[in-house]
Write a protein of this length. Structure first.
Length: 113
């Protein structure tokens, strides 16, 4: 049985417990060794921080609209406030679920050892 045909890796790609991986599709997330290409792809860490910043921005927008609704109620539409609250709440709930699943996956990986 040929090692290369069964796994896709040749023996010279494996060193100890390290396997060098390459991005074969430009839509995949960039890894540690990948440079930011002209296609504008970013690494997982940057995507994570960007997502958290978006959640934070939605929370801040809702807070700003809520304060505006209290201080100057005629300047804001109640529907805009409700929509901002729903967006912020949904984004925060999704973020909590993702964090819980990441923690659960990490615990599963630790328990396998």
């Amino acid at each position: 049985m040929n090692f290369l045909n069964t796994t896709g890796f040749s023996p010279d790609q494996v060193s100890g417990n390290t396997i060098n991986l390459w991005r074969t599709n430009p839509r995949h997330v960039a890894g540690f060794g990948d440079q930011q290409s002209s296609g504008g792809s970013v690494g997982f860490g940057q995507m994570l921080f960007d997502g958290l910043n978006q959640v934070n921005n939605l929370q801040q927008e809702h807070s700003k609209l809520a304060v505006q609704a209290v201080t100057d109620p005629t300047s804001i539409n109640a529907h805009d406030l409700t929509i901002a609250e729903a967006k912020a709440s949904l984004a925060l709930n999704i973020t909590k679920n993702v964090v819980d699943r990441v923690i659960r996956a990490y615990q599963d990986i630790i328990n396998v050892r």
